[in-house]
Design a protein. Structure first.
Length: 381
């Protein structure tokens, strides 16, 4: 651009005899050897990246359109073009040596080939470029309320993709989280006043279909990324996550540059900058900071996929739907009503429910590991 069963589970997996069903459930946790409190810090950090990045990028995207920006390809390009900034954390984390999720003896044999990596990065990069374009079209042609409601459907799509692609296990708490967060977004949509759209009916339908399609495609991308981490890359360093983000963003950026010139929108950018209501400097800075915010958001999304699961990443992404209007009140002086407050509280409740499920899973696995160790100690004695 954006997870259930905590990372800590894989550390315990090697110590606990598991049934095939239990192994599938724990396959969602790619890291081993990480202390519990460090795992929670890592999750909290990625959640912060995702929420702050998504909120800032959405608000700046709205600011770009409101102040005179009109290039869909430029609005799409800024979502990935700042990927070179990720080489900074990649350099900092490169000293960490990857630990294979499989046997050390077979790890080198199971390392993906260059051709396989190229296919993964190229395929996901093109999907991301298409997804970003559809979101840009939706944000341009739809009222914010309708746009937010349609974006919330990504949770339903992700539940389906995670079930089939990632063998996602559902519990009552997870289902509660998905339902509550979806209704939170629905409440948010109905809280906005019904304003007649400023675009034609055809463009409105196009924006509607693009946003719906983008939500489905976004969910598919999350599940495919998680599948790639588990089954193909099989490494557990943060540099693996950053490489995924860098190379897919590079492919998406190249696709957007081609689209920008092929569509002819590149020739209108100078006039767009001159006609920007807040001035040329503001135009450039809007695009620059939008691109930076998108990269921060993307690190959070991919990081949560890596350390938890794709569904958890999507739930946290949905949390920003009621958060964005709060920031809009501060920066754009929008009005906030009681329904928006209730929507925010429901979003917090839904996210807390999902995180609590991770806590329960973690506690159960620690208890199993402890019991297994006791039995082992007794047999040796």
């Amino acid at each position: 651009m954006s997870e259930d069963h905590s990372l800590h589970h894989h550390m315990l997996e090697s110590q606990i005899p598991s049934s095939p069903k239990e192994e599938t459930a724990m396959d969602h946790t790619p890291l081993r050897g990480l202390k519990r409190w460090k795992w929670w810090i890592l999750v909290a950090l990625n959640i912060t990246f995702l929420l702050v990045g998504q909120a800032v990028s959405t608000l700046l995207g709205r600011f770009y359109y409101d102040e005179g920006g009109n290039s869909k390809w430029m609005a799409t390009l800024v979502q990935t073009i700042a990927f070179p900034a990720l080489y900074i954390p990649l350099y900092l984390f490169r000293s960490s040596s990857p630990k294979p999720l499989t046997n050390t003896s077979t790890a080198s044999i199971n390392q993906p080939s260059f051709a396989k990596l190229a296919i993964i990065y190229f395929g996901l990069g093109l999907l991301i470029a298409g997804d970003n374009m559809m979101y840009s079209v939706g944000l341009l042609y739809l009222p914010v309320s309708t746009y937010s409601l349609l974006c919330a459907t990504q949770l339903a799509f992700n539940a389906i993709f995670s079930f089939f692609i990632n063998a996602q296990k559902f519990t009552a708490l997870i289902l509660n989280s998905v339902v509550v967060l979806t209704f939170s977004a629905v409440l948010l949509a109905f809280s906005s006043e019904s304003e007649p759209t400023k675009v034609s009916k055809g463009k409105y339908i196009l924006g509607f279909m693009c946003t719906l399609g983008a939500s489905a495609l976004y969910s598919l991308i999350l599940s495919l990324m998680q599948f790639s981490f588990q089954k193909v890359l099989k490494k557990e360093t943060f540099s693996v996550v950053l490489n995924m983000q860098i190379y897919t963003a590079f492919v998406a950026t190249c696709a957007c540059v081609v689209g920008l010139f092929a569509s002819g929108e590149s020739s209108t950018l100078t006039g767009e900058m001159v006609g920007f209501k807040k001035g040329r400097v503001s135009y450039v800075m809007t695009l620059v900071w939008t691109s930076v915010a998108w990269q921060i958001c993307s690190v959070g999304v991919v990081g949560l996929i890596f350390v938890v699961s794709s569904l958890f990443s999507n739930v946290i992404s949905t949390l920003s739907l009621p958060i964005v209007p709060i920031f809009a009140v501060i920066f754009f002086h929008d009005k906030i009503d009681g329904i928006k407050v209730v929507s925010l509280l429901m979003a917090l409740w839904g996210s807390a429910s999902y995180i609590y499920q991770n806590y329960i899973d973690d506690a159960k696995l620690k208890a199993k590991a402890s019991n297994g160790q006791e039995v082992s100690d007794g047999s040796t004695a």
